[in-house]
Design a protein around this ligand. Structure first.
Ligand code: AMP
Length: 542
């Protein structure tokens, strides 16, 4: 028998309608790339989004199912795009500004972006490759200074597009399982893969991350969104803030520690998010130049890479600010777990509490997780048995865009994360290793396999194996081990960096190169990265 409750689709439009109805006075504050400050309310956001929806459909000819790209910092215009694009039934495709020109070109052509909204300060990155775009009809320039010029064809300024439009717009009827957002994730080999979020997954993810066991956000909070809007929909925060009634503060390109601390001071920010590299930078800066008045900041949510015990401890001891570890992936919208203490932990010694908080944590309702060993059996939750972390749930991917990638899914419908983990008897998951051959540096992926193929194309190199090594600032950095074709030959690090810069952007290029006689191999002849990592950690590679 069917229940007799209304069929009320969970769409981003219902989030915007709710934000306007329940929290019209709450603020969206942006510190823009030119250093100016912009402030308006969720009521204003609502009207502007409707103007933009009119512009998208009437002026740009965007239809249901079209893909609309954004290449932009965190600010109010980008939030307007987060609501207006899915609102008219199109897909908001946020393009990562930090990828190599080849990856960016691939992503834009593969997703078939019809138009791209781009920050003026980022235009030079696309100017170099725009001639190769196959589907892009127009570029809409955001935050252009007065004397702005570009070689991009068919451009129009954002305000010229939006400001003369009506504030009245009737949302089209949307089904909750239709696509609303899209993000590409870097692969181990080959080009990035697209993840397509639905309205329903986006709504339920946003609703859940405000809950106390997750992010714990409410209308009493002012949140600084440091996680870029071009990274997994800014972890869903632009949607979550309208559901929870939290004020939203956007830093755009003002991302150095001094600028972020200043924004937190000016806007009395009490919560924030970001990757460990950002929080490491903020901590170091606060140690060097302690803020004159105590910050309002009480809690920061960290994900993307591991938040270390030392950072949790340092922030808390020195400044009384709590770090909360969260785990997630592009494929899981992204947030799946968080690590918070429970009343049962109250009596534990402090170092034990910190050890628990440094775990990746407990899954949110809507997400299931399990650990599977190499023999295919589900591992016990004993905190010791390691295996691959597999997840399924409401906001977990079931197929990549235009390609299933069967190897990423199990036959019984779980997504294989590529993270090696344990789960303890209390349900806390801990990541211990990674099976995917990727390095995560400052929140961005670097493919070790791509670096190896590029290095092995160098005439003097016979073999190259690249591993991730721990780094206090960036979480991880690549280290290249190299076997020369001719042992008597030499090649300098500078020459190799120069060589790699033809195909990689600077943060992807290894800073360290170690010349070895042969690369250790597994029994089936593959590079044995585990063994190389062991040699490195025991100081045998230098
Ligand atoms: P991305 O899809 O770029 O967000 O990357 C997801 C991957 O980042 C995960 O599969 C993990 O390998 C890693 N990751 C995310 N959050 C954490 C965390 N809190 N601790 C350790 N690794 C993490």
């Amino acid at each position: 028998m069917e229940g007799l409750m209304m069929d009320y689709p969970l769409t981003t439009n219902t989030i915007l309608e709710y934000g306007n109805s329940a929290f019209p006075h709450k603020k969206l504050i942006s510190h823009l790339p030119d250093g100016t400050r912009h402030e308006y309310t969720y009521g204003d956001l609502y009207k502007r989004t409707k103007q933009l929806a009119n512009a998208l459909t009437k002026k740009l000819g965007i239809n249901k199912g079209d893909i609309v790209g954004t290449f932009a910092w965190n600010h109010y215009q980008h939030v307007e795009l987060y609501y207006a694009i899915p609102g008219v039934g199109a897909v908001c495709h946020t393009i990562n500004i930090r990828l190599s020109p080849q990856q960016t070109e691939f992503i834009i052509n593969h997703s078939e972006d019809k138009v791209i909204f781009i920050d003026a300060s980022l235009v030079p990155l696309l100017e170099k490759i725009s001639a190769k775009f196959e589907t892009v009809e127009k570029f809409i320039i955001i935050n252009a200074p007065e004397n702005f010029t570009t070689t991009l064809n068919n451009t129009i300024h954002y305000e010229d597009l939006v400001s003369d439009q009506s504030e009245i717009y009737e949302w089209p009827g949307l089904k909750e399982n239709e696509a609303c957002g899209m993000c590409y994730r870097s692969g181990t080999t080959g080009m990035p893969k697209g993840v397509l979020y639905s309205h329903r997954s986006t709504y339920l993810h946003a609703l859940t991350i405000q809950s106390p066991n997750a992010g714990n956000y409410s209308n009493a909070d002012t949140i600084l969104l440091i996680v870029p809007q071009f990274h997994v929909m800014a972890w869903g925060f632009p949607y979550m803030c309208l559901l929870s009634g939290s004020n939203m503060v956007m830093p755009s390109s003002n991302l150095n520690p001094q600028a972020l601390i200043k924004i937190m001071e000016t806007e009395t920010v009490n919560k924030a998010n970001g990757v460990p590299t950002i929080w490491m930078g903020i901590y170091d800066e606060m140690k060097r130049n302690p803020p004159k008045e105590k910050l309002a900041l009480k809690e920061y949510l960290v994900g993307g890479s591991a938040l270390t015990e030392s950072l949790i401890e340092g922030f808390e001891k020195d400044f009384g600010i709590e770090g909360v570890q969260a785990w997630g992936m592009t494929e899981t919208s992204p947030l799946g777990t968080a690590s918070r203490l429970q009343p049962e932990h109250k009596g534990l010694p402090n170092d034990e509490k910190i050890r628990i908080r440094a775990k990746q944590g407990i899954e949110f309702p809507g997400i299931e997780m399990r650990i599977v060993g190499e023999d295919g059996s589900v591992a016990p939750r004993d905190g010791k048995t390691m295996g691959e972390l597999q997840v399924r749930g409401v906001w977990v991917i079931r197929s990549y865009f235009k390609t299933l990638n069967r190897e990423n899914f199990t036959e019984d419908g779980w997504f294989r994360t590529g993270d090696v983990s344990t789960i303890d008897a209390d349900g806390y998951m801990t990541i211990t290793d990674r099976t995917k051959d990727l390095i995560k540096s400052g929140g961005e992926w670097i493919s070790s396999v791509s670096l190896e193929s590029a290095l092995m194309a160098h005439p003097k190199i016979k073999e190259a194996a690249v591993i991730a090594i721990p780094d206090t600032k960036w979480s991880e950095r690549p280290l290249a081990t190299i076997v020369l074709a001719d042992k008597e030959d030499t090649v300098s690090e500078e020459e190799l960096k120069q060589f790699l810069s033809l195909n990689f952007v600077s943060y992807q290029i290894p800073d360290r190169y170690v010349f070895i006689d042969q690369v250790p191999r597994t029994s089936v002849g593959k590079f044995d990265k585990k063994e190389i990592r062991r040699l490195f950690s025991e100081g045998e590679l230098s």
